[in-house]
Design a protein around this ligand. Structure first.
Ligand code: HEC
Ligand code: HEC
Length: 353
């Protein structure tokens, strides 16, 4: 397009030169007006094209291909066995599915409280309770990733001991409704494997799609404010995205906690579980290595970190800058990232978490 304008300008200059030598001054004037009007018409015609070209270089998401974004939206369509999901949900809420028969999964992972312990409740746990929402997207389960999948995780949580499981199976068998429901789904009825299978199927249904950020990723520009968009850009440019990425904005790799500086030394306390993956492998390189946690619904799942030591998201962002990026993140940057992270709260059964 610039070439066309260039040509027109040089043409006008040529004309002026040529006409200057001419005696007929009126003809010169008419020609010039004519050329200028054609030029004006062309310019008007090109205005819409000029606009799009300007936008390419500036800060805008228009016409952007979102399939290249390092974060992917949570799928909306789920293909799950509804009968298993419904049975799994009952087991999840039933205290008989625990070693002592008094604590249901839902007591610690309350579905109505973003999949964590409700604020009003006090249950002592060694390590911070992670949310069960979207856990099926994590490549491993638990903070240190010691379980490969959800079914293995249930044994890790309840008991690795067959004797404990035998007691649990006996309790489930005493319930006639469970006997009927298990028989409808599984040929071999109530077994450890089938209990785990149905709870895991229920957990796979615990997804939180339709966060404002996911809608934005699907192309709905107006879902995010300019501030939130800037927050996302900051999250990427500062380097958070190198670890927190993919469908769960985390949950797909191990990373050392304290890449820059020693968090545990600064805290002045080191508990056995702080060694992370090292507890499984015994290898020096795995000391303080953790599964990078998911940042989905992070605004509603305080407290933070495996030790639950951080109460606010602002504090967690600053701390990540210090120990994971070796950067002092300014107050303004923290504010931007905080606003972006707040857009990651999704919906369960059509309701925001
Ligand atoms: C006493 C409270 C408590 C109960 C009861 C409980 N959990 Fe947990 N859950 C935790 C804690 C604490 C962790 C983290 C442990 C760790 O990482 O070492 C956890 C981790 C998990 C995780 C891993 C999530 C992730 O992102 O890594 C899943 C999934 C889970 N629990 C599901 C269940 C299921 C299913 C049950 C019932 C069979 C259950 N929990 C019962 C406290 C509890
Ligand atoms: C080098 C990898 C890495 C980078 C870079 C990184 N993180 Fe993390 N992040 C982690 C790990 C590992 C943890 C878990 C630490 C723990 O609990 O022991 C974590 C935990 C978090 C948590 C707490 C999650 C929870 O459920 O408690 C938040 C929030 C967080 N990161 C945000 C960020 C932000 C914002 C940035 C950029 C400023 C960032 N992270 C950069 C690896 C990283």
């Amino acid at each position: 397009m610039y070439r066309i304008i260039d040509k027109i300008i040089s043409f006008i200059l040529e004309e002026i030169k040529y006409n200057h030598d001419k005696v007929n001054y009126t003809l010169y004037q008419i020609t010039l007006i004519l050329i200028l009007s054609i030029f004006l018409c062309i310019l008007l015609f090109l205005v819409p094209y000029l606009k799009t070209e300007n936008n390419v270089g500036s800060f805008t998401y228009e016409n952007r291909d979102f399939s290249y974004e390092p974060i992917k939206p949570i799928p909306i369509d789920l293909k799950l066995n509804e009968k298993k999901v419904s049975l799994g949900e009952k087991l999840f809420q039933d205290p008989i599915i625990s070693r002592d028969g008094n604590l249901a999964c839902s007591n610690c992972h309350d579905i109505k409280s973003a999949g964590i312990l409700p604020k009003s409740k006090e249950i002592e746990t060694e390590i911070n309770i992670p949310t069960v929402f979207n856990s099926s997207f994590n490549f491993r389960q638990f903070w240190d990733g010691r379980s490969q999948n959800l079914e293995e995780q249930i044994s890790g949580q309840i008991s690795e001991n067959n004797l404990h499981w035998k007691i649990i199976i006996d309790r489930v068998k005493q319930n006639s409704n469970y006997n009927i429901e298990f028989k409808k789904i599984y040929n071999d009825g109530i077994t450890v494997k089938n209990i785990k299978n149905s709870i895991a199927e229920f957990e796979e249904s615990l997804l939180t799609p339709n966060s404002r950020f996911d809608k934005f990723l699907r192309g709905e520009q107006n879902q995010l404010t300019e501030l939130e968009k800037k927050g996302y850009e900051k999250f990427k440019s500062l380097g958070c995205i190198h670890c927190h990425q993919g469908i769960n904005i985390g949950g797909n790799m191990f990373q050392t906690f304290g890449v820059y500086g020693n968090y545990f030394k600064d805290k002045g306390k080191l508990d056995p579980y702080d060694y992370g993956l090292f507890n499984q492998t015994g290898e020096e390189k795995d000391k303080f290595k953790f599964k990078v946690p998911s940042l989905r619904n992070i605004a509603v799942t305080a407290p933070y970190l495996h030790d639950g030591s951080v109460k606010t998201l602002e504090e967690a962002i600053e701390l990540m800058g210090k120990y994971q990026l070796g950067k002092k993140i300014s107050k303004e940057e923290v504010f931007l990232i905080l606003n972006f992270l707040k857009t990651l709260t999704g919906e369960y059964k059509g309701k925001s978490l």
